[in-house]
Design a binder for this molecule. Structure first.
Ligand code: SF4
Length: 79
């Protein structure tokens, strides 16, 4: 389970975030391309934009459920 205490600093504030368990597998960026991006230097994903439409919300939820190491959380602090 993702831990917001370990989330990467690039995550924008809000519900979704990526923590430091990410293994850079690319699934979330493929599943929710509007919301997840890669930190190329660090080799991990982060939430670039919180979902703002039902479609994006569904994609982020799918990414969270599909992440193989449970590095995506949806209990982040609201801005
Ligand atoms: S799906 Fe999980 S492990 Fe894969 S890149 Fe996204 S956060 Fe990282």
């Amino acid at each position: 389970m993702a831990d917001k205490a370990n989330k990467y600093p690039e995550n924008v504030p809000g519900k979704y975030y990526v923590d430091n368990q990410c293994i850079d597998c690319d699934l979330c960026r493929e599943t929710a391309p509007n919301n997840f991006r890669r930190n190329d230097e660090g080799g991990y994903s982060y939430v670039y934009k919180q979902p703002s439409t039902p479609e994006e919300e569904a994609q982020c939820k799918e990414a969270k459920e599909g992440c193989p190491v449970e590095a995506i959380g949806d209990d982040g602090d609201q801005p």
